[in-house]
Write a protein of this length. Sequence first.
Length: 283
Amino acid sequence: MMNYSPRPPDDRTPPPDAAPARGAVPGQEPTPAVHAEGLTVVRGTRTVLRGLGFAVPRGRITGLLGPSGCGKTTLMRAIAGTQAKVTGTLDVLGHPAGHPALRTRIGYVTQAPSVFDDLTVRQNLDYFAAILDPGRASSARRRENVTRAIADVDLVTHADALAGNLSGGQRSRVSLAVALLGAPDVLVLDEPTVGLDPVLRRDLWTLFHSLAADRGTTLLVSSHVMDEAERCHHLLLMREGTLLAADTPDALRTRTDTGTVEEAFLHLVDEATAAARTKETTR
């Protein structure tokens, strides 16, 4: 189990005593953590993202859902500031994506674990902590952050194990711990539960909800597993580089008169396909 005991991870309504979103001004509606208009990415002859417009609310879990190849990873790379040839508007925490001021405020976890196999879990975190917070004067703070991050992802008993000897799920948790070192305002997670067993998936979602509720962290979590959409406060549904919908799970089910987010997604896909065919025949 992860080192948290929050509300159930499938509770879609933030509790009344949830931590305020970071950057929020009392009495005012907080500005979105991420805001995009006309966001487009072209790779070679292929347009990967097609004029996307959306907002990611602060202090909530936003699910980025869609089939493999629809552009989820490209969008997350753009938000993290690592994607080239991005046009349109993309602001993160009030700055253009990739701005130097965001380097310590965004945690980005890629699909493949980014750890050194010949270092222990603690040594991996010590290394990245020294990059984030260099200098001898910061050594005590770094040790504290490393200890906290290891506990966050429930790897205390494996802290001195070589990363190369860990299971795939444990290696993924080391990558997540690295992203949590600086207590980021925005945490971008690219399919973090792929290949994990049901118990670990549940524990990770428990952690995600705790980060949002207790620390006010904004999380953007991508997945192609539709049942995970039910665990999110807000959803972005993608298909073929376009945005089909941006709303809460309840609102999407109501809008499409369906019982699950998966059924709502398929309904929206059918609508988009029918609209494209109609447009093609009227040319």
